[in-house]
Design a protein around this ligand. Structure first.
Ligand code: AOF
Ligand code: ZN
Length: 352
């Protein structure tokens, strides 16, 4: 069997991931142009508002190879866009360059695209193949697709536990269980998340910064739920000058001396906190949310079915007392060893 299409699609995925953390709320997308088995161009979507993967791939083709575009295959991890928003449609570029064959992994579920990009190419006589490494392609675009179809951020739960399943608070140094490598990995995840959330109990108990300090790239916007207004204004989250969204009930007294970097959002009296908050994050174009605790907050997201994946770190040490880590209704899809820890990934089962 010829695995050439899968091979070049894998290269598209590798390129796409280079945009992690900077394309949101747009998807990560990679593209490769191949002439008779040789890659003559590659590109990826680097940052929101900037050129799409296909454009960068076409631009990267050497002048001497440009005439080969008319005999080449364009591989792209996501269906080429067919709408004009920040940039002109990629379908138009493909037709203008006369690229005769396009291979795609999965469909762009953005309303207005959603198959119409593929249709347009087919109607213009381009040979289109779709569904190559589709499952991986869908995983790559799942944050984007969740954002545009469910109108909420893609939700990642993240927590650490002891070998016997006792919950380990995030920034509590006395209870630090996991290996230093793992901390760096957690900061990498933070660099890729649009927003990061903890409940009021965790904010109070751990006084966390919730920033990315150990990996390159940016930090997520911090999100706090403090329905009753219990949090004091001297928490690090309020004083360190980085952006924070604070969700509180309506009608509470104002917090004195809050810097401008903290935006207070009132939860209407009758609204459930989490769905309201998710809608607000969506409207602020925050397309992924990492929920770091505490147990009550994590369990509330799980009980409401409002999560997409869980990243669970399991240390080698045992804790003799403490609260049990949250209950996930499924087993992990993968587990790997990092230093002395295990890193497990869970996906929420489909809602029927
Ligand atoms: C592609 N290739 O590399 C990306 C795509 O105008 P924009 O940048 O806001 O993009 C809007 C649409 O393009 C939207 O459907 C989004 O999913 C898609 N992103 N499409 O062909 C790319 N990043
Ligand atoms: Zn495009």
């Amino acid at each position: 069997m010829d695995h050439r299409d899968e091979h070049f699609m894998q290269r598209c995925f590798d390129l796409a991931w280079l945009g992690a953390g900077s394309t949101s709320p747009n998807p990560m997308v990679g593209a490769v142009i191949v002439h008779e088995g040789r890659i003559i161009g590659e590109g990826y979507h680097r940052a929101y508002g900037e050129a799409h993967a296909e454009v960068n791939a076409v631009k990267s083709v050497a002048p001497a190879d440009r005439s080969l575009l008319r005999e080449s295959t364009l591989y792209v991890s996501l269906e080429p866009c067919n709408i004009h928003r920040n940039t002109p449609p990629c379908t138009l570029l493909i037709l203008q360059e006369g690229i005769p064959r396009v291979v795609v992994s999965s469909v762009d579920q953005t309303p207005g695209v959603n198959g119409s990009g593929l249709d347009r190419l087919r109607k213009a006589g381009v040979e289109v193949k779709t569904g190559v490494l589709q499952e991986q392609g869908e995983r790559l675009s799942q944050a984007r697709n969740t954002f545009v179809t469910a109108h909420r951020p893609y939700i990642q739960l993240k927590y650490a536990q002891s070998a016997n399943g006792i919950f380990a608070p995030e920034d509590n140094q006395q209870l630090w269980l996991t290996h230093p490598y793992t901390k760096r990995l957690v900061h990498k995840w933070r660099s890729e998340a649009s927003a990061i959330l903890v409940g009021a109990n965790t904010a109070l108990a751990d006084n966390p910064q919730l920033s990315n300090r150990l990996y390159y790239g940016r930090s997520p916007v911090r999100v706090l739920i403090d329905r009753k207004g219990n949090l004091p204004s001297n928490l690090r989250i309020f004083t360190d000058g980085a952006p924070t969204l604070l969700f509180r009930a309506q009608g509470l007294p104002e917090i004195a001396n809050l810097p401008e970097t903290v935006q207070c959002i009132e939860i209407p009296g009758t609204a459930a906190s989490i769905p309201f908050l998710l809608r607000q994050l969506h409207d602020l174009k925050l397309s992924t949310l990492m929920v770091e605790g505490g147990i009550q907050t994590l369990q509330a997201f799980i009980d409401q079915g409002l999560w997409d994946e869980a990243l669970v770190l399991t240390a080698v040490s045992y804790l003799s007392s403490g609260r049990r880590a949250p209950n996930l209704p499924v087993g992990p899809v993968s587990t790997y060893q990092l230093g002395s820890d295990k890193v497990s990934l869970f996906y929420r089962p489909p809602i029927r």
